[in-house]
Design a protein around this ligand. Structure first.
Ligand code: SF4
Ligand code: SF4
Length: 291
């Protein structure tokens, strides 16, 4: 089974679990979270917003925040590939555009995103917390495509089950489609969840891709950028620190020489070997340009 299909199935199971929880009233706390009693367990930004909006230390959001950040510290941004519904909504509405971007080497043109970096997503994250603090409620949730995906599904459920129609049934899908279809780079330039997870993922080792230097074409002096071009996060798996990696597995499937694998726990020696490939290439390129 292809990684894309596996990711779709896992996201669907999580999505349906949330919907079932809401329908049978298991008390999950928010419209876009699994949970136990009122500890909602998906969105760390939602927890931050609740804390900022309440202007108080609330135990449940703090528990969620700590748990999710520990998970992010271990598996980086796996949430983005394996839980978040947005990539699947996007591929539903724009199946060709994502494929075309990868084929055209979108990642290569825009540069890679290795190492910890502060960018526009972190500004949005700051704005998200500040607006919740100022207005006393989670303002960004009104725009968040993750929350909107759940809101649309719940709206449809209410329509069929209780014959309850609302303006949300028109407004939410329009906002969601506008965000994921028109704003193709939402995840890499806007998403505050991605921003927050990337801050704790710089040393994440669990399930990260590792490149085998003996089989990598790049290491053998041949030109190959397949892994970088296919990566939806514009990450180069050769690099030592890849906090933006969402563990999607696309590079593993695409590598023409089968040089990339995802061990349960990447060891430092393996990472160093992978990183050496990049350093060797950089040195070769520098000497060639000097000559
Ligand atoms: S796709 Fe495979 S062979 Fe090509 S550079 Fe990446 S790891 Fe090396
Ligand atoms: S393509 Fe590879 S490097 Fe890029 S996000 Fe997926 S697993 Fe990580």
């Amino acid at each position: 089974m292809k990684m894309r299909t596996k990711r779709g199935l896992v996201s669907l199971i999580v999505f349906l679990s949330v919907i079932v929880g809401l329908v049978i009233h298991t008390g999950t706390g928010t419209p876009s979270a699994l949970g136990w009693r009122d500890i909602a367990a998906i969105c760390p930004v939602g927890a931050l917003e609740v804390l900022a909006g309440a202007k108080a230390f609330l135990v449940h959001p703090i528990v969620l925040l700590v748990v999710i950040l520990i998970v992010g510290f271990c598996v980086g941004k796996a949430f983005c590939s394996w839980v978040c519904p947005v990539p699947h909504v996007r591929s539903f509405f724009r199946p060709k555009s994502a494929k075309k971007a990868r084929e055209e080497g979108d990642a290569k043109d825009a540069g890679t995103r290795n190492g910890t970096r502060i960018d526009s997503r972190h500004v949005v994250l700051l704005g998200t917390v500040a607006s919740s603090f100022a207005f006393g409620f989670p303002v960004f949730c009104l725009l968040c495509p993750v929350g909107l995906s759940f809101a649309v599904t719940i709206g449809i459920w209410n329509l069929f089950r209780f014959n309850e129609a609302s303006w949300g049934l028109i407004v939410f899908p329009l906002v969601l489609i506008a965000e994921v279809v028109l704003f193709r780079k939402w995840c890499t330039t806007f998403c505050p969840i991605s921003a927050l997870l990337s801050l704790v993922a710089s040393k994440s080792r669990v399930l990260r891709p590792v490149v085998e230097r003996h089989t990598c074409l790049h290491a053998k002096g041949k030109r190959c950028t397949t892994c970088v071009n296919i990566c939806p996060e514009r990450v180069d798996p050769h690099a030592m620190s890849i906090p933006e990696c969402s563990r999607c597995g696309e590079c593993v499937e695409a590598c023409p020489s089968g040089a990339i694998s995802i061990p349960l726990l990447a060891k430092k020696a393996e990472l160093q070997a992978a990183s050496n490939i990049e350093n060797t290439e950089a040195t070769q390129e520098a000497s060639a340009s000097e000559a």
